[in-house]
Design a protein around this ligand. Sequence first.
Ligand SMILES: [Zn+2]
Length: 262
Amino acid sequence: MLRQVAQGVWVHESEFCQSNAVVVLGRDGVLLIDAGIHGDEMTCLANDLSDVGQAVVAGFSTHPHWDHLLWHASLGGAPRYGTALCATTARDRLAGGIDPVRLGIPEDVPLELLGNITGLPEATARIPWDGPVVRILEHQAHAPGHAALLIEEHRVLVAGDMLSDVLIPMLDVNGTVDPVEDYLAALRLLESVAGGVDIVVPGHGSVGGSDQVQARIDQDRAYVLALRNGQVPADPRVGPSAKPGWEWVSDVHEGQLQRLAQ
Ligand SMILES: [Zn+2]
């Protein structure tokens, strides 16, 4: 079910890890960001759109992790974009095939159209489509070529896998020389636009209002700084205060702590 979160912007939430697909209304159709997870959910989204006379005219993947690279035939054949680095990373990682079991991908997730991303030229500032300006804020936190998207006109920030109320910052610990600094730099980038944001949509978790934008930046920064200092952060997303169903995040936290201590 599509839920409106701002003028011209809707969210379709998945049962899988509270993943958020985002729909932005354009002049001749909609932009679909991180399309969804389960096949029946993407079909439901396609039906919801056709019920209101809309078709998908562009797609975008925020970063090259499988749960942000999916698509379903019912959504049509619109170009699907990502940053140049997102597209090449997805292509390289998928080239040898993937192991759905190892990656924890549910059985009914359609993988036929996984990762068919067109990389936008480096430093592209906005998504090429006929609709409200969607600014691309590329950074290197969490995954190579990760982009947050700012829909300035509607004051919405689509954060990808940052600024979540349920997931801690997950660092790209195998990918870069200084994953902590990459994460802090990305938080500074998001903070630089926070004054123009009333709604933040994380890749997983709850949509936040204007009081949540800076609060989540601060919370993510506090977590990352604690991690760098080898401390146990006072963070409601890990430990006994984690939301029901999200206890596994504490294991991710322990893994990151160990990895950075090496
Ligand atoms: Zn991710």
